[in-house]
Write a protein that binds this ligand. Sequence first.
Ligand code: NAD
Length: 585
Amino acid sequence: MERYDLRTEPSGRKRLAVPYRGARLLRHPMYTKGTAFTQEERISLGLEGLLPHSVTTMDQQSRRVYASIQRKTDPLEKYIGLAALQDRNEYLFYRVLLDHIQEFLPIVYTPTVGRACQDFSHIFRRARGLWITPEHRGQIADVLKNAPFEDIRLIVVTDNERILGLGDQGAGGMGIPIGKLALYTAAAGIPPWQTLPISLDVGTDNLDLLDDEYYLGWRAPRLRGPEYDSLVEEFVQAVKRCFPGALLQWEDFKKLNAFRLLDRYRKTLTSFNDDIQGTAAVGVAALLAGSRATGIPLRQQRILFFGAGAAGIGIGRLVRETLREEGLDGEALTAATAHLDLQGLLMEDDPGLDPVQRAFAWPPELADRMGLGTERRGDLTAVIRAFQPTMLLGVSATPGAFTEAAIREMARHTVRPLILALSNPTSKAEARPGDLIAWTEGRALVATGSPSDAVTYEGREHRIGQGNNVFIFPGVGLGALVSEAREVTDGMFAAAARQLAREVLDEDLAAGSLFPSTARIREVTAHVAEAVVREARESGVANRRLEDGLIPGILAEAMWNPAYLPADPAAAATAGADRPMPIFV
Ligand code: NAD
């Protein structure tokens, strides 16, 4: 592991001490500037003759790369082009990504990243991140020490079992931690040399992958039970030892492991699960913004969840907490939300419920009182007719589940139905926004999990907001790091959700969108992080307690910007005049 040596001159100007020279330097993605090295740098760093003569600006490079990516028509080819740029020159990759954030978010993350995961072993060019397999048992700490840089602050780890709504993708799931970390850097300015994507490659039960001659992962059925748990335990202990200042994000684990690991480790390792907690905050933000748009407080809404998996339960928990804060309790709280999964409405007398679903089960008397006999509890339209939801959330990864009959039924009872079809990628969404708008005669407020084009209905344009977790996790991560939080609490996610709801402008709501534009992602992230830092301080988990007035400046200083720095040969960096630049302390 090497140190990434940014220095600040007494004047405040930053410089980079470069430990490589010549051709090796040009090939290093964290140090190279390509044709932007100045003539002086070319001399001092042994680059003379290795580059064409002209010196270009970063802006020129960004425009040139953008033009070449635009020439590709297939989104997967764009993904491959951007990944190749990231492997070649990370500063430039982030410059291009930030310059075109709305256009490239759907490439770097959902939906295109889903295809990249599915095709991973076929489009593989160059490894990124760390791979841990059961064969590393007993030596996981040594593997972690092979990370390229030493000061790792942010880890995203997956065991690949529930990649987006695409299920078990084996080693291909690595596209997700890589993509998520790219979003952390783009949105929150977490320096890329402080991030580390990790795949816990414990095998796969995806037979197509096991049969594929190109499959690059550990070719075995999934490790499960005590052997799986002990491998994760060794991994967690190794992370704490090797990277004691790091925040870890559990990503795309299947539901029961997701809840188990989060509950087991959240107090002992600074960590959170974005699929559960980040999604919860995004969902609650949409409901709060929707309440504002409809003028009906959340406590008077009736909220129907379709899908009681990691996302559905995660949102359900935070919604319940928010309703409790708004004064609901007892049966009113139970009856404010209804939850459907494969077996239909979650009911207390169902022995098949898993432990995390049980908290949302209805007593049979409640369903009976609504006229929902056993035979009708599995029928979405019947449940909608009886429960009369004002808000409907789809997190089932079941395309087409929101049928015309069901949505028309909802629209009969509700002036402005709020409908979130959050399943990803687009092919898994419960309904198409155009249909939802048409079936509700243009009255619905709609959001989707992946980006959607605006819909025109009877001459009026409806913007479709994207319930993208990118509005939450970068701000939570940045806030947790800056406040040196020992734990990431649910209160920090609740604070993030309330802040995100405030970021939805009246003009967003007027245009039909329940979310801000992703073009404002850095600004929104800074505000979310500010709310998280305050909440970490108030709830007593912050090792670094910052006064309100200081927070914006400290966050702005912590957010890395992809702009090239003057580069010096490492040996010549003057130890006395410069000081190493701390990022988070
Ligand atoms: P999950 O597998 O844990 O949960 C899906 C649940 O839906 C399961 O409990 C399953 O039994 C249930 N289900 C499947 N078919 C159903 C049907 N016909 N009727 C009722 N229930 C049904 O997955 P998850 O982590 O909860 O994610 C679900 C979906 O939400 C995925 O597509 C994911 O990409 C998406 N998601 C979106 C966002 C976002 O937009 N911000 C965030 C997280 C997850």
